[in-house]
Write a protein that binds this ligand. Structure first.
Ligand SMILES: Nc1nc2c(c(=O)[nH]1)N[C@H]1C(S)=C(S)[C@@H](COP(=O)(O)OP(=O)(O)OC[C@H]3O[C@@H](n4cnc5c(=O)[nH]c(N)nc54)[C@H](O)[C@@H]3O)O[C@H]1N2
Ligand SMILES: Nc1nc2c(c(=O)[nH]1)N[C@H]1C(S)=C(S)[C@@H](COP(=O)(O)OP(=O)(O)OC[C@H]3O[C@@H](n4cnc5c(=O)[nH]c(N)nc54)[C@H](O)[C@@H]3O)O[C@H]1N2
Ligand code: SF4
Ligand SMILES: [Mo]
Length: 756
């Protein structure tokens, strides 16, 4: 007789960490739905979470680790044996070339499972290599750079669920669940807010799902967000709408800020961004004055990818601060910690700190370590550049460089030139297809799970994390498939450390800015020799100083919002710290931004469109793109274009096109989308095959990263290249083969203009 159980679980595909109900029939995950008894999510899930059975049972899923043979084909290898061989190889590279020859890259899927990210970090510290990279520096590293320059407010954020206004710039949280609107059922959260009277301001060149709900949707040219926010700050200062008392008590640098934004008049900004001047003025006044509990501003990837991400994030903090939009003494602590330790929130600043220019120096572009981590866009160069310090081995955890890093051709050359490439991946991802070893891990429902990862994200930026004392822990719901040989990701690193005789210290850091901003003492565990430790025991140890005891959390299988009486304490009498809105480096960048010759850059011929990023509801970056349940017969990423622009170019819906940037070109399929500006096209990233597989565009899509050079337009602090607002032309595929070939073979013929 068949046996079916349905129990609470946690979906960890994205940072929302929805509480779900998982049905297991005869040892197979057969159904995942929302959990109506979960007090936080109340039955909510998205298509990706409901596809967890397809994800677990995907015929492409790796059930054994793989080793690449001399002929390039892969055969199964027992995980312990793979660890033996990898440890030997790593040790010999370290002995010959030093620890810097070994690098580690933590992608998006390393993060939601807190033990794997932290153990990978412990391993790289144990071998004393400084080469620890994450996806953060090709995402929104400006958030931590800006916080370092501005300082933190120790009273924390205002609650979206209580605010009367909010501003979102280049983010679409109804789809991404990433920032601004809390990710725990954002659709419901926004509906409730609007019916309460919230006025939402959205800045997006596309009428996104979120923009469609806004009271004011500003639809500018991409890449003008810095001008728009500077213009709003200028207007708010000139109309004396700042919070004077807050400024006097907590802020320095105000005069420098006022001076720096003074040229950003509404007329200038409106012309630059190509928006109605009244709309900018209305938005600034609404943000400054609407309601009794006015809200905050958050920016996302769209705004951060168009260059000047550090500056944009800094101006967002400045706007928040001059309007005094932080939680005050006597008010509720919005994110009080649950699985993380309790702390005292205070109505006072934590002063600015050094954010960049320290630590390990890269050998290219003058880049250094930063509070946002090491510059990932330069890792391919560090692999390719011969000489002392060259990276010879790379371990990728839950990331997919070939799909997601900028300059796909350079990434390909780099990964192919490594002495050792190891990936930890659930399938033969594009990157795994180049790896020497692919370590097959257990999947979500086969490991215990907790919401600490989702809770931790609040240190990354305001507007993220769980806005309540909510926590959930669930045990393993499922055994790994019969006959499989799967490791838990963190145990792979413990296994390597044991074989290499390393002293492994696991540090559970509760801080932002690479640990430079701490609320509570970290948990430090010495892992040496403890190979029998289970994930359950490790989680219990990680939670040994939790605000709510781990056992108490575990006793509420559907998750619980705990009754935590946390109130923001008044400022310490001896506190002299101030938030800085006048950072010299960033305000100089603002002057440079203003001096950029935007007008001539716009009219530059050859690239009439700007390509912008956007996320797909059914995929998590490259994850899920090959699953029929999620791609529904369309396994590619079209280039979305306004129907009028398609008509002008004579491009039928669904036709094959070539998208060409000054750097390279890719094939795509054009699709009409009237939510876009006519001068903008949009694509989802992390699709496509290897460059030689371009003719499979309708089966795989194409790789946006290939259009992005890493060494032309890049941020001098984080190395982050221009991944949005990319000048492109879109041409009919059959007519442009020759032109595309020309662009590829002679990239210098298409040097981008200033500010393009
Ligand atoms: N042009 C362009 N470039 C971009 C972006 C863009 O919008 N445009 N976005 C940038 C951003 S914001 C980011 S975060 C990066 C993303 O960069 P990455 O994180 O490197 O890319 P992902 O596609 O998210 O890689 C996830 C990998 O994890 C694997 N995986 C899935 N489940 C599991 C699991 O349970 N365990 C393990 N170990 N692996 C698993 C997947 O198969 C996949 O190979 O890309 C950046 N690059
Ligand atoms: N379903 C789903 N969820 C995800 C992901 C996913 O792939 N799928 N990825 C996850 C990851 S790694 C991340 S980092 C987050 C990202 O989360 P978000 O930052 O919210 O990313 P998007 O949903 O793409 O929203 C970006 C918006 O910016 C707009 N935009 C583009 N260029 C510009 C510009 O120059 N200025 C302005 N103002 N707007 C612009 C786009 O039109 C788009 O609507 O999402 C996470 N969540
Ligand atoms: S919103 Fe995120 S966590 Fe929730 S079901 Fe979807 S992918 Fe999973
Ligand atoms: Mo991301």
């Amino acid at each position: 007789m068949s046996q079916t159980t349905t129990r609470p679980g946690i979906c960890r595909i994205c940072s929302a960490h929805c509480g779900v109900l998982a049905t297991v029939t005869d040892g197979t995950l057969t159904k995942v739905t929302g959990d109506p008894d979960n007090p936080m999510f109340k039955g909510y899930t998205c298509a990706k979470g409901r596809a967890l059975p397809d994800i677990h049972n995907n015929p492409r899923r790796l059930l054994h680790s793989q080793k690449r043979g001399a002929d390039g084909s892969y055969t199964a290898i027992e995980a312990g044996r793979a660890m033996d061989e990898i440890a030997t190889k790593l040790q010999s590279l370290i002995d010959t070339h030093g620890p810097r020859s070994v690098a580690l890259y933590l992608g998006t899927n390393g993060l939601p499972y807190p033990a794997s990210a932290l153990m990978a970090n412990a391993f790289i510290r144990a071998i004393e290599s400084p080469m620890f990279f994450t996806a953060n520096t090709i995402d929104q590293p400006g958030k931590q750079i800006a916080l370092a320059a501005h300082g933190h407010w120790l009273g924390g954020d205002i609650d979206f669920h209580e605010a009367d206004s909010w501003m979102l710039i280049g983010t679409n949280p109804l789809v991404s669940k990433a920032i601004g609107i809390p990710g725990q059922n954002p659709g419901q959260g926004l509906r409730a807010a609007i019916s309460r009277g919230m006025q939402l301001i959205v800045i997006d060149p596309r009428r996104s799902q979120t923009a469609a709900r806004a009271a004011i949707h500003i639809q500018p040219r991409p890449g003008e967000d810095v001008a728009i926010v500077a213009g709003m700050i200028n207007l708010i200062i000139r109309e004396k709408l700042c919070d004077r008392a807050f400024l006097d008590e907590n802020v320095e640098g105000f005069d420098a800020l006022a001076e720096a934004v003074s040229g950003f008049t509404p007329e200038y900004v409106a012309q630059r961004a190509d928006i109605p001047v009244e709309q900018l003025v209305d938005a600034a006044r609404l943000f400054a004055t609407h309601g009794t509990r006015p809200g905050m501003v958050n920016a996302g990837t769209g705004a951060n990818f168009a260059m000047h991400g550090n500056l944009l994030e800094y101006l967002c903090l400045c706007l928040t601060t001059i309007c005094g939009r932080w939680q005050r003494a006597g008010e509720r602590v919005v994110r009080p910690n649950t699985l993380m330790p309790a702390f005292t929130a205070k109505a006072q600043p934590h002063p600015p700190y050094e954010g960049w220019g320290y630590g390990e120096r890269l050998r290219v572009r003058g880049l250094t370590d930063t509070v946002s981590g090491m510059p990932t866009a330069a890792l391919a160069d560090e692999i390719l550049l011969p000489g002392e310090g060259q990276v010879k081995a790379l371990i990728c955890v839950g990331g997919n460089p070939m799909a997601a890093w900028p300059d796909q051709r350079k990434t390909l050359r780099a990964l192919q030139s490594l002495d050792l490439l190891v990936t930890l991946d659930t399938e033969m991802s594009l990157t795994s297809r180049l790896a020497d070893y692919v370590i097959a891990p257990m999947m979500q429902m086969e490991t215990p799970a907790m919401t600490m990862g989702s809770e931790l994200i609040k240190y990354y930026a305001s507007g993220t994390g769980i806005p309540a004392a909510y926590a959930q822990y669930v045990p393993r719901l499922l055994d790994p498939p019969p006959g499989s040989d799967l490791t838990e990701e963190w145990q792979f690193f413990l296994g390597l450390a044991g074989r290499m005789g390393l002293d492994l210290w696991f540090v559970n850091f509760f801080g932002g800015g690479g640990g430079r901003f701490m609320e509570s003492a970290p948990i430090v565990l010495n892992m040496n020799g403890d190979t029998d430790l289970t994930t359950e025991e490790l989680f219990a140890q990680m939670c040994s100083t939790s605000r709510i005891p781990f056992d108490e959390v575990a006793s509420h299988p559907h998750g619980k919002i705990f009754d935590v009486d946390a109130v923001v304490a008044p400022r310490d009498p001896d506190c002299t710290a101030r938030l800085d809105v006048g950072n010299g480096y960033l305000l100089t960048e603002l002057a440079q931004f203003m001096a950029e010759d935007f007008a001539s850059a716009r009219t530059e011929s050859g690239f009439p469109f700007r390509l912008i990023p956007r996320r797909h509801n059914n995929f998590m970056n490259s994850s899920g793109t090959n699953l029929a349940a999620l791609n529904r017969g369309r396994p590619y990423n079209p280039v979305y274009m306004h129907p009028d622009a398609m008509a002008a170019l004579g491009l039928p819906d669904g036709s094959l096109v070539t998208v060409t940037s000054p750097h390279d070109s890719i094939p795509s399929v054009v699709e009409g989308d009237d939510s876009l500006r006519r001068d903008v096209v949009a694509m989802h990233h992390a699709f496509g095959g290897l460059p030689a597989e371009d003719d499979e565009v309708r089966e795989r899509g194409s790789n946006v990263g290939r259009l992005v050079p890493t060494d032309v337009d890049y941020d001098p602090i984080t190395g982050m290249p221009r991944q949005g607002n990319i000048p492109v032309r879109v041409t009919r595929a059959e007519l442009t083969v020759a032109i595309a070939g020309h662009a590829v073979s002679q990239p210098e013929a298409f040097t981008p203009g200033p500010g393009s």
